[in-house]
Write a protein that binds this ligand. Structure first.
Ligand code: HAM
Length: 422
């Protein structure tokens, strides 16, 4: 037997319906705020991620699916979406369009990570980017869209945490401060942090090892070393979010695993999956496009991990997305099948989910099949019914049934509820 690649998943029905519904909701909310989808390649030149996400990051140094194509070019399966958006912005001359530019995306990303709950090697992100606005209002909008989307999905216990990373110039200063403060404890840092010391010292702040956490607790927050301009920026973001009724918590030691960020960075944490499970990450990246050879275009955005989001979807939302019960259409006897399929066509066009019995079951076996489908209604199309252009519509829960004109069935079931049949 051939098995799926480790870290990849088969998303089966009916679970897949949750994904479709979550994506539809994302399209609805994002487009309501003026974001249009950009569809980008899943593979990009390796150099794109090296230069954007950063050489010293875990993603680039050990998690990328990198391979040579038949001509020896180094390609990488995208580990995230922002770099591709920046590349596409430059390559397609999107700077010519009215700004700010609002783009959204969703699709598979690839990281060679250690498997655990909510962590996969192929996972999906739902994200958006707002390009060409450096104001606090831009940050607020992005967080507002995020919050609106999560609220539309019924989440009310998610926590948005936010921090000020300062500007890149501040970062260098901060790293000096941090290293100075950590030096007396250097020996006690874990092996990974020993490596981070030279490669990416900010990541020491993000270490999950309890002894490292303890050491880090005593250090100066990055936001305190940040420039006054960036402090004013992030304070304005916090103030406006509060005016919009969006609760955010300052996380003074939040740093993100990608190098392109500056100023505002944020994450959404699910208490259900634990403090370490991040549903969404994002932030500002005003130098990314120019670092990749484009013009000076500021940007901010986020990406939600769809796998994790679906995993913690509130029960009531799951029910709403999965609850729709189909109509079973049951032709019995010769000639009824095409009538059944014709009815299914009308039902589908009326927005009613219908499944036709196409394997030739008897009435009794067909009713059993409809029960397994958890159908709300069964439309029985027997010879007696068809002779007078009627159908028998049976309510599966009560067993009550009624004869009705065939051409009225779709209309009367279109409500999807008992009220649909009088
Ligand atoms: P990120 O924090 O690396 O940010 O990823 C965003 C989200 O993707 C995470 O919060 C998590 O929910 C999900 N995720 C990441 N890795 C995995 C995995 N192995 N399995 C399942 N889910 C995962 C970015 O990717 C940035 N591009 C976000 C951004 C957009 N910043 C600005 N614009």
């Amino acid at each position: 037997m051939i098995r799926r690649v480790k870290g990849t998943r088969d998303i089966l029905p009916p679970e897949s319906r949750l994904w479709v519904a979550v994506e539809a909701e994302a399209h609805r909310i994002f487009s309501g705020f003026g974001y249009d989808e950009i569809r980008l390649p899943v593979m990009e030149p390796t150099e794109l991620f090296v230069r954007s996400v950063g050489e010293g990051t875990d993603i680039v140094s050990k998690e990328m699916y990198t391979f040579s194509d038949r001509k020896g070019r180094s390609l990488t399966l995208r580990p995230e979406g922002t770099a591709g958006v920046a590349r596409a912005y430059i390559e397609n001359g999107l700077g010519q369009r009215p700004h700010p530019l609002r783009l959204s995306y969703m699709g598979p990303m690839f990281r060679y990570e250690k498997m655990q709950r909510g962590r996969y090697r192929q996972f999906s992100q739902i994200g958006l980017e707002l390009l060409g606005a450096a104001t606090p209002e831009a940050d607020v909008e992005v967080l507002l869209v995020l919050h609106t989307f999560l609220a539309a999905l019924g989440f009310d216990d998610l926590v948005i945490v936010l921090n000020n990373l300062g500007d890149p110039e501040d970062r260098e200063r901060y790293i000096e401060v941090l290293k100075g403060e950590l030096t007396p404890h250097r020996e006690r840092l874990c092996r990974d942090c020993q490596r981070r010391w030279d490669e990416n010292p900010l990541r020491i702040l993000d270490c999950k090892v309890p002894s490292c956490r303890e050491i880090v607790e005593g250090t100066t927050p990055v936001g305190e070393v940040a420039s006054p301009e960036s402090q004013t920026h992030v304070a304005a973001v916090e103030e406006q979010l509060s005016a919009l009724g969006i609760a955010v918590r300052r996380a003074p030691r939040l740093v993100r695993g990608l190098d392109y960020y500056l100023r505002t960075v944020f994450e959404v944490i699910s208490p259900e999956l634990g403090e370490n499970t991040v549903i969404c990450g994002g932030g500002r990246y005003d130098r990314l496009i120019s670092d990749l050879g484009g013009s000076q275009v500021p940007g901010i955005g986020f990406a939600i991990g769809e796998d994790r989001l679906v995993e913690v979807l509130p029960e009531s939302t799951r029910e709403r997305f999965l609850g729709e019960r189909p109509v079973a259409v049951l032709p019995v006897g010769g000639g009824a099948a095409t009538v059944a399929l014709d009815l299914a066509r009308k039902l589908a066009l009326a927005g009613v989910r219908a499944e036709v019995e196409v394997t030739g079951r008897s009435l009794k076996a067909g009713l059993k099949w409809a029960g397994k489908l958890h159908a709300r209604w069964v439309v029985i199309l027997g010879e007696d019914e068809l002779a007078v252009a009627q159908a028998t519509v049976r309510h599966m829960d009560t067993g009550e049934q009624e004869r009705m004109a065939l051409d009225s069935v779709a209309r009367r079931l279109a409500g999807g509820t008992e009220a649909g049949v009088d």
